[in-house]
Design a protein around this ligand. Structure first.
Ligand SMILES: [Cu+2]
Length: 170
């Protein structure tokens, strides 16, 4: 089964024609209205999971450090291919942060778009959550494909301050 890029990645792919994903996803012309995204559909990084199938939780904290970095703790985790996990995310910092799980390539595209249009920070995607200081949230995710994926905060300047990490699926 071919991986299909959904949601924001489609929109970005339309505006940045040079993008060609290594997964062979069907970008571009054949996906119809990109805004009517199917939230149940698979992304390269996997798909929204069923909470009842999650056997474990992974806790990730987001915060700023005293020396000016912004970090995820931990900044990496491992899961098995096909595993469904509850990713419990808490914002322990004093700024708004987000957790966006995707391929590195898609996160870069997304980040560049956000840099151009910072008013579009509010993510309504199943692979992303935005949290205010002190807030907690959860993404239930099934890691359908093996590979190295990235979780990142794409708010302007945060990635450059260290806000990214690796989800390794094997
Ligand atoms: Cu952030």
């Amino acid at each position: 089964m071919r991986a299909v890029f959904v949601g924001a990645a489609m929109v970005f792919a339309m505006s940045i024609p040079a993008i060609s994903g290594p997964s062979g996803g069907s970008h571009g012309s054949d996906h119809g209205a990109g805004h009517g995204m199917d939230h149940s559909a698979m992304m390269t990084a996997g798909m929204p999971g069923n909470k009842a199938e999650a056997r474990r939780a992974i806790r990730v904290k987001m915060k700023e450090t005293d020396d000016g970095e912004m970090i995820f703790t931990p900044n990496s985790f491992n899961v098995k291919k096909g595993e469904t996990v509850r990713i419990k995310i808490s914002n322990r910092g004093e700024l708004e942060h987000e957790f966006v799980l995707d391929t590195r390539e898609n996160n870069q595209i997304h980040k560049e778009l956000m840099a151009k249009r910072p008013d579009e920070n509010a993510h309504q995607m199943p692979n992303a959550i935005t949290l205010q200081p002190g807030e907690k949230g959860e993404i239930v995710w099934t890691f359908s494909n093996a590979g190295e994926f990235e979780f990142a905060c794409l708010i302007l300047g945060h990635y450059e301050s260290g806000m990214f990490g690796t989800a390794s699926v094997s």
